[in-house]
Write a protein that binds this ligand. Structure first.
Ligand SMILES: NC(=O)C1=CN([C@@H]2O[C@H](COP(=O)(O)OP(=O)(O)OC[C@H]3O[C@@H](n4cnc5c(N)ncnc54)[C@H](OP(=O)(O)O)[C@@H]3O)[C@@H](O)[C@H]2O)[C@@H](O)CC1
Ligand SMILES: [K+]
Length: 459
């Protein structure tokens, strides 16, 4: 599990460790990891030029000590101090190693190291930092701990900030490394272990091993009903494709049986494409809403009346209040969530985590907010972020496949929170697998699921 902690938790863990270590030891660990990450990025040391942008705190200290290590390896290191004060030990170390302090000499740099602010920074950048970044625009950036200027605990961006190619962080991930839009400003993330002992994090991201451990597997004496029956109430005479795609996600093999309950035109197409799918009857989970047109409210009412877990998607989200307090996963994109909360879409896109949590609380259900990094929030505020995926997944009908897949996981007995986060991860990973062969459409995602599940050792 990839865990993202709050600054307050990191500070407490740091204090506990600092009390047991010689002075400066923790910063040396961080700086050593940073120096090797920069060397790795450069690919060689001798004759390369690195500019450190240094703020007043320990974030700048990390950059300066790492700069000293790089200078000793033959890198030409210059440090541009952006504040009237800078970490004294770090400045002395860089000078001692032959680094230069002051405004940068003319000529191009191979890398800029952003040591302006880390977890002690307030969102936004001061004018000096903005001017310094403009001066080196176009040079690759390695950010120390966090890209300066982003809001570390929320992933929000409210002013100028650094956009990094790599972010080297210490001890644990922070929320801004996972949650957009800040996560997009991090580039690739490299975690350096510095020995912190941390409590449960507020945000986490499932990894392949977590997904494999949570996947439902048939028992030795399995029978189809016990493995779970998932029912799909999606699609209509007008939107037959939504029925097919939702069923293709549900028919991933993770539940024992799929039932389809919808318009005869759609049902005929579903039967032709998926002969194993049967008609309406008892189910352990319902998937409701995609392409349901004006039948969405009725479909959701009937599904809620069954008392089983639900996936509420698309047209049914306008009636999501019917599912309040039920074991349910609501799967809006930003526009749908904005309508559910009565806010602007731009507000949701500026504050993903906050809005996903707000909706989860308000609807008393798990909310899966679809985006580049999908956020899954529980009513108690705990959240997971899906980092598996590919930009090719931004394609019509992909959400239908996701709804069906989550429904299968619910029917198989996963909690709504696990079903949503495992389903979202599988969906992203299946799309990534499919996109190896070229551009994809939604049905390619469903078609890639068996190979992905096989690789995760399902049987
Ligand atoms: N925790 C750990 O385990 C470890 C932490 N380590 C490292 O320490 C870092 C945290 O260091 P930190 O606490 O000194 O804070 P930091 O981020 O350098 O900011 C400091 C000062 O910046 C200023 N400032 C604020 N906002 C600003 C802005 N927008 N733009 C410009 N300036 C701004 C403000 O001072 P002011 O100028 O307002 O007086 C503030 O006090 C952490 O990210 C990691 O790199 C590792 O070495 C070892 C393990
Ligand atoms: K930084």
């Amino acid at each position: 599990m990839l865990r993202a902690h709050a600054v307050e938790q990191v500070r407490a863990a740091e204090a506990e460790l600092l009390a047991r270590l010689p002075e400066g030891a923790l910063m040396q660990r961080a700086a050593a990891g940073l120096a090797y990450a920069v060397l790795d990025f450069l690919g060689s040391a001798y004759g390369r030029r690195v500019l450190l942008l240094v703020g007043s705190g320990d974030n700048g200290g990390d950059a300066l000590y790492a700069g000293a290590t790089l200078a000793r390896r033959g890198v030409q290191v210059e440090a541009w101090l952006l504040s009237s004060s800078a970490h004294e030990g770090g400045v002395a170390a860089l000078r001692g190693a032959g680094g230069r302090i002051g405004r940068p000499a003319p000529g191009a740099f191979d890398v800029v190291v952003d040591g302006i602010v880390g977890i002690g920074g307030r969102p936004g950048l001061r004018p000096d930092a903005v001017a310094a970044l403009a001066h080196v625009a176009g040079t690759p950036v390695v950010a120390v701990d966090t890209p300066s200027g982003v809001d570390v605990d929320t992933g929000e961006i409210s002013g100028p900030h650094v956009s990094a190619d790599v972010t080297v962080t210490f001890g644990t991930h922070k929320v801004c490394h996972l949650v957009d839009p800040a996560a997009q400003a991090c580039g690739a993330i490299h975690l350096v272990d510095i020995g912190l002992t941390l409590p449960e994090p507020p945000v986490e991201a499932l990894q392949a091993a977590d997904v494999a451990a949570l996947l439902p597997r048939p028992s030795l004496d399995a029978q189809k009903y016990a493995r779970g029956v998932v029912g799909v109430r999606a699609g209509s005479a007008t939107y037959t494709g939504a029925a097919l795609l939702s069923v293709s996600g549900a028919a991933c093999g993770l539940a024992g049986m799929v039932r389809y309950d919808g318009a005869p035109e759609a049902a005929a197409m579903v039967r032709a494409a998926h002969p194993e799918v049967v008609g309406p009857g008892r189910v352990q989970a319902w998937v409701v809403g995609s392409g349901s047109d004006d039948g969405a409210e009725d479909a959701l009412r009937r599904s809620v009346a069954d008392g089983v877990p639900l996936v509420v998607d698309a047209d049914a989200l306008a009636h999501a209040g019917l599912a309040r307090g039920r074991p349910a996963v609501l799967t809006p994109h930003a526009g749908e969530l904005a309508r559910m909360l009565g806010v602007e879409r731009a507000d949701v896109e500026a504050r993903w985590l906050d809005h996903a949590r707000l909706a989860a609380r308000q609807y008393d259900a798990v909310v899966l907010l679809k985006g580049r990094h999908t956020v899954i929030a529980r009513p108690d505020g705990h959240a997971r972020v899906t980092t598996a995926g590919t930009p090719w997944l931004a394609t019509a009908g992909a959400g239908d496949v996701l709804g069906g897949l989550i429904g299968a996981l619910l029917a198989a007995g996963l909690t709504p929170y696990d079903a949503a986060s495992v389903g979202s991860w599988l969906h992203g990973a299946a799309a990534t697998l499919a996109a190896r062969r070229g551009p994809i459409v939604a049905s390619d995602v469903a078609r890639s699921l068996p190979a992905l599940l096989g690789a995760l050792a399902t049987p």
